[in-house]
Design a protein around this ligand. Sequence first.
Ligand SMILES: NC(=O)c1ccc[n+]([C@@H]2O[C@H](COP(=O)([O-])OP(=O)(O)OC[C@H]3O[C@@H](n4cnc5c(N)ncnc54)[C@H](O)[C@@H]3O)[C@@H](O)[C@H]2O)c1
Length: 338
Amino acid sequence: MENELTTNHLNFNGQVALVTGAGRGLGREHALLLAARGCKVVVNDLGKAYDGTGSAEGQVADEVVELIRSAGGEAVANYDSVEEGERIVESVLAAYGRLDIVVNNAGILTPEVWSELTLESWQRTINVNLTGVFSVMKAAWPVFVEQKYGRCIMTSSPAIFGAGVAAYAASKAGVIGLANSLQFEAKKLKLDIKCNILVPQADTRMTRDFGTAIDQRRLEQGKSAARSVPEEVMQRLSPDKVSAMVVWLAHSSCDAEASMHEAGGGYFAQLRWARSAPLYATEIEGVDGAPVPENVRDGRQTLTDFESGDMPLSGDGSMGSPSALERVFAHLKSPPEV
Ligand SMILES: NC(=O)c1ccc[n+]([C@@H]2O[C@H](COP(=O)([O-])OP(=O)(O)OC[C@H]3O[C@@H](n4cnc5c(N)ncnc54)[C@H](O)[C@@H]3O)[C@@H](O)[C@H]2O)c1
């Protein structure tokens, strides 16, 4: 690809990225931007409906490959499901001989609310959104370790904070724990491997088709169809406005570790965990040394005091230094004055 970038631009010359679910939506934009910055890209997509049903239409991946090549970039398609991580990584290595970046983007969203959610639908969601990431990272990890280098991005969702899609929310919370754990492993090995988390918001096939399914349900229930996000707002949420964050997290100069970043419509923010002030009840008025529920009830003020707490980092074992467990042990060795 014609490289008209200045030295100030983040470029990926010589690097190889795998972007899963890159045939459309967010993944497509991540793939296009990485390729525009000189990265060779494997465009993985088996082409399914937004809820993971329907027959595979792998040509969505071909279309993105064609776009990249016609702009002078390098890309190949892969049509395997992310549940077949080993096959995907084999195809990356066969095409380019290395793998520097994995953008775990493929995902499905099943529209059932909790009362309608079936085990089949739960499993379909978990299989793609969580086990799929496991499968791809399990295969990519030895390559990262061998190279002593890698960048991995997980795609979570604002749904983790509670939305009417329990299976999806659970799967998207799961990838956060996985990213934190992989970052922990990388630190243990002292390797330049970074795993970070994207929490995106964009107008894509997924959000459109999901909105239509919700409207349909409301109409069937005799309610008015009312999209939660107005059309004029949707139109400002094009997926290309998210990819800058992914490309930054994918770069060798990115020092973020197990961080969570929101991105949508040109808005970016980092999310962190917060720990309240500690409540030590054991030695105060417990029974036989064990706290009683009243200790917790009466300590609510402390437990909601985040001003005196801290913001532990992810990917750091038990979250922060000292970790929660270390605090407990320290407290047990020297209980506070009562
Ligand atoms: N759009 C949003 O607002 C939003 C919000 C939060 C999270 N996300 C997440 O972002 C990611 C991309 O979503 P999108 O909105 O672009 O959705 P999309 O439906 O437009 O695109 C997802 C792509 O993933 C592919 N895919 C599905 N199952 C696959 C599998 N098993 N193997 C390989 N590819 C598969 C689909 O064929 C599709 O092309 C998903 O993980 C989604 O959960 C999106």
